[in-house]
Design a protein around this ligand. Sequence first.
Ligand code: HEC
Length: 457
Amino acid sequence: MFLSTRFVPAGVLCVLVFVGSAGCACEEESVDGPTWYQDVAPIVSEHCSGCHSPGNIAPFSLLTYDDAEAVAGWMAQQVEDGLMPPWGAQDTDECATAGPWQHDPRLTDAEIDTLVEWSANGMPEGDVEDAASVPSPPSTALDSVSATLAPDVSYEATGTTDELICFSLDPEVDSTVWINGFQVNPGNPEVVHHVLLFADPGGLSEAQVGAEGYYPCFGGVGLNSATLVGAWVPGSLPTEYPEDSGLAIEPGDRMVMQVHYHPTGGDHAPDLTTVDVRWVESEPQHYALMSLQGNASSELGGLQPGPGDEGEVEFRIPAEAQGHTETILAELGIGPNMDVRLWAVAPHMHLVGVDMKISVVRESPGPNENSQECLVHVPRWDFDWQRIYQYDLPTDELPRVEAGDTLELRCTYDNTLDNPGLVRALDEEGVSAPQDVYLGEGTLDEMCIGGFGAVVL
Ligand code: HEC
């Protein structure tokens, strides 16, 4: 279907006519506009090949001219619509965030134009002899690894239903260490869609593990005490905590690795995904932590009155509701006179969610601060591509929070069949029509929660 946008302008006609013929006498210089070798290949290599290469998570490779030529119209459409590469955080009318994001994979407008024009011009190949250099991808390895944590057992992802599986990992430390970076090594990159890593104080996750050596965990890792350490998607560079900061791990603590498997039918080799972790053994200057806030019910407080409440304030997304919002206020529990900076923010909902915005509301804003600052807005929520968004700013320019400040999480849901996420959740649960959705951990429950990476200055 994507070939319909393809047409052959006069300038490149001879290139196409003579494809495969040894005697092509085309003048490559006659090709106006972008070509594969000169313009497109470097963009695709930088922005797409981490996933679109043989054996990786994307369903097709884009490494060669032939690969890309076959799907050029589709590529152009996906990048124009902002769907590829997958990335949710956007600056919008209601959200201007503090600064650029680390590892932002998005294309510039000029790069998008190049792909669109290349496709519209009939995908000229250009001159391989004069190809632009394709930068080799940056190393995805973590420096100075302290330990590689591996599950005891591998996991075989089969069928076509996505699964979230938790592994309880033992960092085996005999004194306190401070984690300041990690990287995930997917065992079978064909099926490992994304990974969340948690710290598990007291090692409670061990008791959750069944005879198989892991436990299923769709909504969370099943422990209130667990704190998020970071997230990984295919092709990611290592997560690095702010300079001279670290997250404490005590003897007896464990780590939980939640793997989202995306099997596509047929046989997939077993997966043994491991995590490289780096820590320091002497106390860093700054404490880093990742606090989970949100998911408030009327009993816990923080949940704001919203549409559809019947009587008391409740977290309920009525069946057939579209654009339904739940708003939650939370506090980070910061002591007086503490200077705390937010270095990362991670919105989280399930499959009924469609839009999520997180802000900080300041009690006494400083001279250059707004009383309300948007931290992140994901206007097109996609459960499959959730991330931890990390600001690319020096520590002292990161958004500041202090005692009395409030975090505001606004989650928007679509509980109708117009929402492909809901269709998938109903399908997975064998339910035929939308039903009221409440707070919970199941596929047909919802969440409105954020991970807040904080560092104490
Ligand atoms: C982080 C991994 C990743 C990156 C980076 C990425 N893709 Fe994808 N892409 C996928 C996956 C996985 C799919 C399969 C559909 C899905 O799961 O969303 C996909 C699907 C597609 C599709 C088919 C659309 C569809 O609905 O199935 C196109 C076209 C595409 N990608 C183009 C690109 C282009 C062009 C780039 C670079 C500019 C890119 N992708 C970067 C992972 C990625």
